[in-house]
Design a protein around this ligand. Sequence first.
Ligand SMILES: NC(=O)c1ccc[n+]([C@@H]2O[C@H](COP(=O)([O-])OP(=O)(O)OC[C@H]3O[C@@H](n4cnc5c(N)ncnc54)[C@H](O)[C@@H]3O)[C@@H](O)[C@H]2O)c1
Length: 278
Amino acid sequence: MANYGLDGKVGLVTGGGSGIGEACASVLAGSGATVVVSDLAEHAANRVARDIVEDGGKATPATLDVGDPDAVQALIDSIVAEHGRLDFAVNNAGISGDTVPTGEYSIETWRRVIEINLNAVFYCCRYEIAAMLSNGGGAIVNMASILGSVGFGAAPAYVAAKHGVVGLTRAAALDHATAGIRVNAVGPGFIHTPLLAAAADLVEVNGAVFDVDHGFAGCVAGVNEVLRQQGLLRSARCLSAAERLSPGQRERIGAVRARYPGWLDEQFVAERRDRWLA
Ligand SMILES: NC(=O)c1ccc[n+]([C@@H]2O[C@H](COP(=O)([O-])OP(=O)(O)OC[C@H]3O[C@@H](n4cnc5c(N)ncnc54)[C@H](O)[C@@H]3O)[C@@H](O)[C@H]2O)c1
């Protein structure tokens, strides 16, 4: 595993109890940083922090709902009080939302997805940057998505939130570059994590768009793959989405296709591809 030489640095990972956040926390701690592994799920944050410590790294768990700005501020204040600084943060916590087209999407789910996937990234940036200003700089990585750059069927709130994360990242980076604070976003493709499993039908019904135009041929990468692509890990594997689907997921995909006949089938995509990507 790569070592980024982070001895003495202190950082926060949100949604660090699973998937991409867990992998980021492990890599950062493996590079010598002290990592506060935060997650809504207390047991998940505890497990990841314990695993890191057992591997010889430095980590502490924290239970945090990123949708609660007061809790975000309180956690960042407590990190600064305990460690004297905050050097980096990975704002990674996120949810998938429903697999429903825009015209039928529930208002309640829209609000929840925007709250966790966009507003909460602002809450985190807001208080992380304030803390970093007092230690002379820092680095923030916001977890966007490939869906922060392109449209995608049946995921309007997720796509809107991730586009918003990209915009927020650009704005915050400009605001604070001269103070030595870097704000970047990462846009992974499809990574095999619990979040993706919950939305596997999305990948399947949209798969042809990405097969043709984005070159990852219906593949879902393991978490290590995205980290390798970002230059963080060497080991990689790539698994077919179809191989990964459980019988229950196949059933859900069948139900979506039965409900929207012809929607996003190969011919539909081929006819519209150039227009979508223009
Ligand atoms: N898996 C993919 O294909 C993929 C692709 C692109 C981007 N992403 C993004 O990567 C990030 C991580 O996703 P993942 O695939 O590792 O998912 P995951 O479900 O494995 O992990 C997400 C973590 O976030 C936590 N979380 C959820 N709501 C929270 C809240 N309100 N407060 C704090 N923590 C909360 C969950 O408990 C979980 O541990 C998300 O922002 C997601 O949108 C994922």
